[in-house]
Write a protein that binds this ligand. Structure first.
Ligand SMILES: C[S@@+](CC[C@H](N)C(=O)[O-])C[C@H]1O[C@@H](n2cnc3c(N)ncnc32)[C@H](O)[C@@H]1O
Length: 444
């Protein structure tokens, strides 16, 4: 395979291409490189860049130089697959690397045999303000970003890409196994690895790793990989289509979650703090959302005797044989609903069951002054505390200030594209549970 690299600074590649595995891959004739220096294609005294058109400052590389560079490479090595680098491109990932590597693998499975394999890769590395938009549109087979930050040029992105891409090309990396079990090759991050000495800085290698019991070590590694993935990179886990077995193992590292719907300590019309009525729809709709996302119990909180009696009637129906045969899945969901008469009683219930006080997270459609506001990406911070989690939702016009003020954490409001924010409590619960615990696999 030939890799052409079009760049302003070929000297940046000298050591990179002549070190370790990449050097050896060239010696083994698996790959060879063709470095094209843009200034070599200029006429005497011609600059490689032009000021950007329109208001503003900055320079971009001249389109005709990229033309010349690509033409020269393709004349020598045949049509190339052209990758441009830009912070606006598709974010580099293991999946993207695998897809690109597939294009270059000659021996493809029969199922893939339609795909043409390539043997000339052209990397176009820009500098300054980037590349004329028309050039990218015209030439780029792929535009890749290595992350949401701005570098001075495309040479480090090209090297990052090459490090990831080349190790997927057979024989570049020694043992195939060393690339198969790694983070991002499946839904899990890699398990923790240790080497001698047995004790380092007073820290010991876990006993099981040295036990010699391979089955037990494998199981321990799987468990540790699950724990690490969930606690460090839930975003990766939820997007990666894990199997049911992996989900179950990973769920063990997520602390138990509870939901309380407050029919007391809420704001009612006229900005007073008061009570609201329970509804049958809230009860079974929310119970179904809670069942979907693995909520251990859903509490309906009201100290009013008449409301408690309505709740009991509703629950009695769903727990009865009649309710069960009317709709079994609803019966299952509702069996986790617990009526309580106050938030304090709810917290006590959880503490008794879990042996730890729950971390109380309030929710609101409005902004509040709260010392600890979290967002929908804060699972790691919350879960690492190792305490059960209680999400509290208000009915009426939302939770009273004193409930929000006393909570450990406040979740940012849900927002759509408009200013409208009057969601029903059952919609808000479903949205929040999905943002917090939902799987959202990426199909690409
Ligand atoms: C200063 S940057 C241009 C940034 C551009 N004006 C923008 O805001 O999107 C110059 C060049 O560096 C490379 N580059 C910078 N950051 C990058 C990133 N995160 N991923 C890939 N390439 C990057 C690209 O080749 C880019 O054209």
């Amino acid at each position: 395979m030939i890799i052409s690299i079009i760049t302003v600074f070929p000297e940046l590649y000298e050591q990179f291409l002549n070190t370790s595995l990449i050097k050896r891959a060239q010696e083994k004739r698996i790959i060879s490189f063709n470095l094209v220096k843009l200034s070599d294609l200029c006429q005497p005294k011609e600059r490689i860049d032009e000021p950007v058109c329109g208001p503003g400052t900055g320079m971009i590389i001249k389109p005709n130089l990229i033309d010349k560079a690509i033409e020269a490479c393709e004349k020598q090595y045949g049509p190339g697959y052209k990758i441009f680098f830009s912070p606006q491109g598709e974010k580099l990932s293991q999946k993207l690397l695998q897809k690109k590597a597939q294009l270059f693998l000659k021996e493809q499975s029969s199922h893939d045999s339609q795909t043409n394999s390539q043997d000339h890769l052209v990397l176009v590395c820009s500098r300054y303000e980037g590349i004329d938009e028309r050039v990218t549109t015209f030439y780029a087979d792929e535009t890749i970003s290595i992350g949401d930050y701005i570098l001075m040029g495309g040479d480090l992105p090209a090297q990052v890409f090459l490090e990831g891409f080349l190790r997927l090309i057979p024989d570049v990396v020694g043992k195939e196994a060393s690339i198969e079990d790694e983070s991002f090759s499946g839904p899990l991050l890699d398990y923790p690895e240790y080497g001698l000495p047995k004790v380092w800085n007073n820290l010991e290698i876990p006993e099981i790793v040295l036990s010699g019991n391979h089955a037990a070590i494998d199981q321990w590694r799987r468990d540790q990989a699950c724990k690490k993935t969930v606690l460090e990179r839930f975003d990766w886990f939820r997007s990666s289509e894990p199997s049911q077995e992996i989900i179950q193992n990973c769920a063990k590292s997520i602390p138990p979650h509870y939901v309380a719907i407050m029919h007391t300590d809420i704001v009612i019309k006229g900005d007073r703090v008061g009570h609201s009525s329970v509804t049958s729809l809230d009860l079974h709709d929310t119970a179904r959302s809670c069942a979907t996302y693995g909520i251990k119990n859903m509490f309906m909180v009201s100290p009013l005797k008449d409301q408690q009696s309505i709740m009991r009637d509703l629950l009695d129906f769903w727990m009865s044989d009649e309710g069960k045969s009317y709709n079994l899945s609803r019966h299952t969901a509702v069996s986790h609903v617990v009526p309580t008469d106050s938030l304090a009683q709810t917290i006590e219930f959880i503490e008794k069951r879990e042996g730890k006080k729950p971390l109380v997270i309030t929710t609101s459609a409005k902004q509040h002054d709260h010392p600890k506001v979290i967002d929908y990406f804060s699972q790691k911070t919350v879960w690492k505390q190792g305490r059960p989690v209680l999400f509290i939702f208000g009915t009426g016009q939302g939770l009273a200030d004193h409930i929000i003020d006393k909570s450990d954490l406040l979740l940012v409001p849900i927002k759509g594209l408009t200013g409208y924010k009057h969601l029903s409590v059952r919609s808000a619960i479903a949205i929040i549970l999905d943002r917090w615990l939902g799987l959202n696999p990426k199909k690409k």
